[in-house]
Design a protein around this ligand. Structure first.
Ligand code: HEM
Ligand SMILES: *[C@@H]1O[C@H](CO)[C@@H](O)[C@H](O)[C@H]1NC(C)=O
Ligand SMILES: *[C@@H]1O[C@H](CO)[C@@H](O)[C@H](O)[C@H]1NC(C)=O
Length: 494
C-alpha cells in the first residue's frame, strides 16, 4: 500500500516535468506562433482564465492581442481565432489544414480515435463521408428522415395536449422527443416516453454532459498523466461511457441477426452493410468499433444541442409575442389547419426561417466552438502553427460580430430578412461551425427545428408563467454551452 502510493505521487510529478520540458522545448524551437499573454511555467495562462467566465476572458484577450492569438493551457499552446474574418479564413479558406480535431485526452480515452467527433485522418474522412451521405433524406432505405421526425412530432403533440393548459417545464418532453428522432435514425425505432431503458440512456448522456463541465474533468484534459492515477469524477465518466457502449452494442447485435443486405432500416444497418461490402479491404475503416463510436457520437452531438435550441427558442417567443404572432400568421397562410407541416413549406415561410436562424445566432449555443487542430505545419496570417496545435474558433465572436450583424446584442429576425420580407442569408451564421469539420447533423437539426416549431405553433399559442418583462433571456453558462434559464409555460390549444 505504502509503496504504491509512493509511486502514485512520484510518477505523475516526474511525467509532468518531462512533459513540460518536452512540450516547451518543442514549442520554442523554430515555431512562430501568434502573440499572446505570457505563460507561467506548467500552468500556462490557466490562472488568467477564471473558469466562471472563460468566454469573457477570451474576448478581453482578443482586445489586447487581436483576432488571432496564442494561449497556453497548462503546457499546451492553443491558437484562438476571433471574429468572422479570421474564423472563415482558417476553417473555410484553409479548410484542409484546419480540419483536424483538437486532442482532448478525455475523449481519446473514450472514443480511442474511432467515430466522427474525436477522430482524425483517414478513418475520420471515410466515416464522416459515409455518415453524411447516409443522413441525407433517403440514405437509409425507404423511410425518409422527414417521415421519422413527423411521426415523433405526433407523439409530442399528444403529450403537450395532455398538459391541459397548465404550467410545465418543456425540457423533458423536448429532450425525449428529440432523442427519439435520433433513436429512429440510428436504431430504427422510437421508444415509449415511459420506457425505462430509454430513460436510462438519456440519464447517462445527461450525467456525462454535466460531468464534462466538471472542473476536474477539464483539468484532466490538461494533465491526463497525473489524474489517471487518482480516482475522481473523470473515472465515473469512463464507467458511464462503457454503459452507453453496452446499450448500443446490444442493439448492434440484434441488428446483425436480422440484417437484410438489400434494405437498410436505419444508420446501423447502413453501416453494417458498408462493413460487409468492404470486408477484406485493407484501406477500409469500416468496422464494429467505428460503428459503435459513430452511433454514440451522433447521439451525444445530436440530442442536447437540438433540444436546447428548441427550448431556448420557445423562451424567446414567450418574450416576444409579436414575433410568435407573425409565425402563427405565416403558418395560417401557408399550411393552414387541415394538414401537418412538411419540409416543402419551409421555402415558402421566409419569416419563420429568419426567426429560426435568429434563434440559433442569438442563443449562440456553443460559444467557444469545438477545438480543431492543424493537420500539418500551417502558415496563417504570417504565423507558423506547428502540426497538431489546437485551434479554437470562437463562434461567439462570429455570431456577435458587429461587422456582420447590425445589432448583434438584440434578438431581431430582421438580421435574416431582406427586401420585401425575403429570407436573407448571412455567411456569419455558423452555429454548426464551417468548413470540413462542420456539423454533419445540420440538415437533420434544421429539419427538426422547422418541423417541431411549426407543428407546436400550429396547434398551440404560448403563454408565459408571469409578466413578459420579467422573462430573463440571458444564458446560464455551462462549460461547453449556453443554456436558457429554467422556465415554465402553458400551451393554449387552438
Ligand atoms: C442545433 C443543433 C446542433 C448544433 C448547434 C450543432 C453544432 C455542432 C458544432 C458547432 C460542431 C463542431 C464543428 C467543428 O468541429 O467545427 C458539430 C459537430 C458535429 N455534430 Fe452537430 N450540431 C447540432 C446537431 C447535430 C445533430 C442532430 C447531429 C446528428 C447527426 C450532429 C452530429 C455532429 C457530429 C457527428 C459532429 C462532428 C463532426 C466532425 O467532427 O467531423 N449534430 N455540431
Ligand atoms: C476500399 O475501401 C476504400 C475506403 O472505403 C474505398 O475507397 C475503396 O474503393 C475500397 N477498395 C475496393 C477494392 O473496394
Ligand atoms: C394539431 O393540429 C393539426 C392541424 O390543425 C390537427 O390535425 C391535429 O389533430 C392537432 N394535433 C393535436 C395533438 O392537437
Amino acid at each position: 500500500m505504502e509503496w504504491s502510493s509512493g509511486i502514485g505521487l512520484w510518477l505523475p510529478v516526474l511525467s509532468l516535468t518531462l512533459l513540460y520540458i518536452f512540450v516547451y522545448k518543442k514549442a520554442k524551437s523554430g515555431s512562430n506562433l501568434p502573440p499572446g499573454p505570457k505563460p507561467l511555467p506548467l500552468l500556462g495562462n490557466l490562472l488568467q482564465l477564471r473558469t466562471a467566465d472563460i468566454q469573457g476572458c477570451l474576448l478581453k484577450l482578443r482586445d489586447a492581442y487581436g483576432p488571432v492569438y496564442t494561449l497556453h493551457l497548462g503546457p499546451l499552446p492553443i491558437v484562438v481565432l476571433s471574429g468572422y474574418r479570421a474564423v472563415k479564413e482558417a476553417l473555410v479558406d484553409q479548410g484542409e489544414q484546419f480540419s483536424g480535431r483538437g486532442e482532448l485526452p478525455i475523449m481519446s480515452k473514450t472514443s480511442k480515435g474511432y467515430g466522427i467527433f474525436f477522430s482524425n485522418g483517414e478513418s475520420w474522412k471515410q466515416v464522416r463521408r459515409f455518415s453524411l451521405s447516409t443522413l441525407r433524406d433517403f440514405g437509409m432505405g425507404k423511410r425518409s428522415i422527414e417521415d421519422r421526425i413527423l411521426e415523433e412530432i405526433q407523439f409530442l403533440l399528444e403529450e403537450l395536449r395532455n398538459t391541459k393548459e397548465l404550467l410545465f417545464d418543456p425540457s423533458f418532453c423536448l429532450r425525449r422527443s428529440v432523442s427519439n428522432v435520433i433513436c429512429s435514425v440510428v436504431f430504427g425505432c422510437r421508444y415509449d416516453y415511459g420506457d425505462e431503458k430509454f430513460q436510462m440512456l438519456l440519464d447517462l448522456i445527461q450525467e456525462n454532459l454535466r460531468r464534462v463541465d466538471n472542473f476536474w474533468v477539464q483539468m484532466y484534459n490538461f494533465f491526463p498523466v497525473i489524474l489517471d492515477c487518482f480516482p475522481g469524477p473523470h473515472q465515473e465518466l469512463f464507467k458511464n461511457y462503457k454503459k452507453q457502449m453496452q446499450f448500443v452494442e446490444e442493439i448492434m447485435k440484434s441488428h446483425e441477426e436480422s440484417l437484410d443486405l438489400t434494405s437498410p432500416r436505419d444508420f446501423i444497418d447502413a453501416f453494417l452493410i458498408k462493413i460487409h461490402q468492404e470486408k477484406g479491404n485493407q484501406t477500409s475503416s469500416f468496422d464494429a468499433e467505428n460503428l459503435l463510436v459513430s452511433s454514440l457520437d451522433i447521439f451525444f452531438a445530436g440530442t442536447e444541442t437540438t433540444s436546447t435550441t428548441l427550448r431556448y427558442g420557445l423562451l424567446l417567443l414567450l418574450k416576444y409575442p409579436e414575433i410568435e404572432g407573425r409565425i402563427h400568421e405565416e403558418i395560417e397562410h401557408v399550411i393552414g389547419r387541415n394538414r401537418v407541416p412538411c419540409m416543402e413549406d419551409r421555402s415558402k415561410m421566409p419569416y419563420t426561417e429568419a426567426v429560426i436562424h435568429e434563434i440559433q445566432r442569438f442563443i449562440d449555443l456553443l460559444p467557444l466552438g469545438v477545438p480543431h487542430a492543424v493537420t500539418e505545419d500551417t502558415i496563417f496570417r504570417g504565423y507558423t502553427i506547428p502540426k497538431g496545435t489546437t485551434v479554437l474558433p470562437i463562434l461567439h465572436s462570429v455570431h456577435y460580430d458587429p461587422e456582420q450583424f447590425e445589432a448583434p446584442e438584440m434578438f431581431d429576425p430582421a438580421h435574416f430578412l431582406g427586401v420585401n420580407g425575403a429570407f436573407k442569408k448571412n455567411d456569419a451564421f455558423m452555429p454548426f461551425s464551417a468548413g470540413k469539420r462542420m456539423c454533419i447533423g445540420e440538415g437533420l437539426a434544421r429539419m427538426e427545428l422547422f418541423l417541431f416549431l411549426t407543428s407546436i405553433l400550429q396547434n398551440f399559442t404560448l403563454k408565459p408563467s408571469g409578466a413578459r418583462e420579467e422573462i430573463d433571456i440571458t444564458p446560464e453558462y455551462s462549460g461547453l454551452s449556453k443554456l436558457p434559464r429554467q422556465y415554465q409555460l402553458c400551451l393554449i390549444p387552438h
